[in-house]
Ligand binder design. Structure first.
Ligand code: AMP
Ligand code: MG
Length: 710
């Protein structure tokens, strides 16, 4: 048997239409080719998913590729169910029966409870379908399961028992709504099957079919999903991870092993269907797992930079929101000693091993004893010995006696209160002091700072020197951090020569690359120098081809608009993954955002001023998300302007600026070729999208370079 070229996995949903923003419990698809999870696709509705899958099957078949399309809901019902409904044991006759009856609108409203009611009426007694949104409607569907006998048909299929799935295809409401997913999914399967001549496993012969539909269940690879979620952090969408790993596992299976799994369906599966991979869970989990070291990142989808159609100039905030919604962490994790953790991004929450302080101790040098003391003079005998930090007193201090204690010392048994040495007189055998003194005075309680098992640093945090103190104090010697984001920088343009090289007439020195490479380092990324490419498509292609494997993200400058020499955008367009972002921003030109062999590319304008502003405003927060550090908006503050300026509405402007004597000065020229102004400035003044006439003394927003971590 030949293997499959492509694996598609489908995480189905019975829910209503979902928001534009990627969310959980929606329909998610996973695509793997050659054992690599290539993309995960988010679908807002079942119609959208059906159209996508249909087009995909068509294209794969046209290209001569063999496809396994695996769906996560039951393909069949327990034995005897089909006959009661259609008069036949053939599960595909039941598919047709459901396809003819189920109606599903684009907004997600549908008639599944009516169809289930009709089926319930065919059975004696209550059920088998149960669960609904309210007690009143659909009298033929019990609200709860109690009282349904499951004598004529079983509650679960052999497949569910074998896979240890606790769900039932008869449960329509309350999680898990497998029953509803099946009712809303089977009609889609039936249409796909007929439209694309796909063979349905295990009901039909699949050996020679070019497209095969099979049932899977992500629960089989739960251990691998759990591990990947721990690395990805809480912001990652679980469904996306499931589809990535499941497509990866099935895609990596050698043909013979997959053939064995397909052959493993027992007799009962001819009517009830079977979950592919049941009995092979360990193998699937091993194949699903990301490689250690650099864990395979969840690749971004090719259309992740798509902008809403029909918008001419996109406001800055909308463009930022889009990036925020679409991008996520792409780097794996590793565990490093504290000494190597500075500046790295935490991949998981750091949890205190031990309380701080670990034991109750004294906050001052003085004398310790039990209990507080009332107002008035007190004299206490001293016990022999003392307690110091790291040198505890081993023995108990009898009630009414005191002991010498030094700052940081664990409180000896029998001591809960300390008096400052400055407040005491002593003859070596006794101490005398005046009350009052509260019980517990001058001591620190165990765990008063941090208790054991407390989260001390959240996933996504960039580790600071102070964080290292906290981690060390609470018993951590290592932290699990993300692999640093590898950021490639490429300059494009025939006119560019390297600083230090002889420059001919009409040539200029490449200023962007040293700037952007240095900036990448300052932002905590690994700068990858991709050199410079001439203004021709082949040269550019050669540079990018080599780069995609060595980088997690690529910044290019120059050639990003739609002009004749703008090969960057032409090349990305040719790859089918280029979006021209026309952002209402000055300084700036259209950005070319795209994917090159799975690596996101930010095509920046060539002008150094525009290149830096676009990097700081757009690329930096986007890269922060990819690096796992979350979205970091720069912090600005208002200062009075030291300048006058009239501004047109309809775009946001960033001026090179610095603060002197508490007022924001701007550079003498707004010319975007003026590199000296970038260097003169210590930050940017941000002017809002609306019109404006700024006069000296008016408040303006100043964002220091430091707020961009620059
Ligand atoms: P482009 O976006 O390619 O049309 O370039 C716009 C302007 O920026 C042109 O004047 C280019 O010469 C200049 N430019 C492009 N790349 C660089 C670079 N790496 N360093 C300095 N100037 C550049
Ligand atoms: Mg150019």
């Amino acid at each position: 048997m030949t293997g499959f070229d492509t694996v598609l996995t489908v995480d189905w949903s019975a829910a209503k239409r979902k928001p534009r923003r990627q969310s959980k419990d929606a329909i998610w698809l996973g695509v793997a080719r050659g054992g690599t999870a290539q993309q995960q696709i988010y679908c807002r509705s079942r119609q959208e998913a059906e159209a996508w899958i249909s087009k995909f099957l068509e294209e794969e078949q046209a290209a001569g590729r063999r496809v396994l399309a695996a769906f996560d809901f039951p393909f069949g019902y327990p034995r005897g169910f089909a006959r009661r409904v259609t008069g036949s044991d053939d599960p595909l006759a039941l598919w047709q029966w459901l396809e003819e009856r189920i109606e599903d609108a684009e907004d997600g409203s549908n008639n599944r409870f009516d169809v289930a009611s009709a089926m319930n009426r065919l059975f004696a007694g209550a059920g088998p379908f149960w669960g609904k949104p309210d007690q009143k409607n659909w009298p033929d569907i019990p609200y709860r399961k109690a009282g349904i006998s499951y004598e004529e048909v079983a509650e679960r299929r052999s497949a569910d028992l074998a896979a240890k799935a606790s769900s039932s295809c008869f449960q329509l409401f309350f999680n898990p709504t497998v029953g509803s997913q099946t009712l809303m999914g089977v009609p889609v399967l039936q249409r796909l099957r007929l439209r694309h001549k796909a063979a349905v496993w295990p009901f039909e012969k699949v050996e020679t079919a070019q497209a095969v539909l099979a049932e899977i269940w992500p629960g089989l690879i739960e251990p691998a999903v759990k591990a990947a979620m721990a690395v990805a952090g809480p912001e990652e969408i679980r469904d996306r991870v499931q589809m990535r790993l499941l497509s990866q596992a099935l895609g990596r299976l050698p043909a013979e092993e997959l053939a064995a799994m397909l052959a493993a369906a027992p007799e009962a599966a001819q009517e009830e269907a079977w979950i592919l991979g049941t009995g092979y869970e360990d193998r699937l989990n091993a194949l699903a797992a990301d490689e250690p070291g650099r864990l395979a990142p969840p690749p971004l989808s090719n259309d992740c930079f798509a902008l809403p159609a029909g918008v001419d100039w996109t406001p800055v905030d909308d463009a930022l929101q889009l990036l925020k919604d679409r991008l996520g962490p792409v780097t794996g994790g590793e565990t490093v000693p504290l000494a190597d953790a500075l500046g790295r991004v935490l991949a998981e929450d750091a949890v205190a091993e031990r309380a701080n302080p670990p034991l109750p101790n004294t906050a001052v040098d003085g004398y310790g004893f039990a209990g507080g003391r009332a107002e008035g003079p007190h004299v206490l005998p001293l016990v022999q010995g003392r307690a110091a930090a790291g040198v505890p007193f081993d023995g108990a201090v009898p009630g009414g006696s005191a002991i010498r204690v030094l700052t940081g010392a664990a409180l000896p048994d029998g001591v809960d209160t300390v008096i400052l040495e400055e407040d005491v007189s002593t003859d070596g055998a006794r101490i005398a002091f005046n009350g009052p003194l509260k019980r517990g005075a001058n001591t620190r309680k165990a765990g008063e700072d941090v208790s054991a098992d407390e989260v001390i640093l959240p996933a996504g945090r960039v580790v600071s020197p102070a964080d290292l103190a906290l981690a060390a104090a609470t018993g951590l010697a290592e932290l699990t951090v993300r692999l640093p984001l590898r950021a490639g920088v490429l300059s494009t343009g025939d006119e560019l020569v390297e600083a230090g090289e002889p420059a001919g007439k009409g040539q200029i020195f490449d200023a962007n690359r040293p700037m952007l490479l240095a900036l990448m380092r300052q932002l905590g990324f690994v700068p990858v120098d991709l050199g410079k490419a001439a203004d021709d498509r082949e040269s550019l292609r050669a540079h990018l081809d080599g780069a995609a494997a060595r980088t997690d993200v690529i910044l290019t400058s120059g050639g990003a608009s739609a002009g004749d020499e703008d090969h960057m955008s032409a090349l990305l367009r040719e790859a089918g993954a280029m979006q021209e972002w026309r952002i209402a921003l000055k300084p700036g030109r259209p950005l070319a955002l795209g994917m090159w062999q799975g690596t996101p590319v930010f095509g920046l304008p060539g002008n150094p001023v525009a290149a830096l502003v676009c990097t700081l405003i757009f690329a930096r927060p986007a890269m922060g998300l990819m690096a796992g550090a979350g979205w970091q908006a720069p912090q600005g503050f208002e200062v009075p302007a030291a300048f006058e300026k009239r501004k047109k509405p309809g775009r946001r402007e960033y001026l090179r600026a610095r603060v002197r004597d508490g007022r924001a000065e701007v550079f003498k020229s707004e010319g975007s070729g003026r590199i000296s102004g970038l260097s003169w400035a210590e930050g940017l003044v941000e002017l809002g999208d609306g019109p404006g006439h700024i006069k000296p003394g008016d408040p303006v927003r100043f964002i220091p370079y430091g707020s961009f971590a620059m």
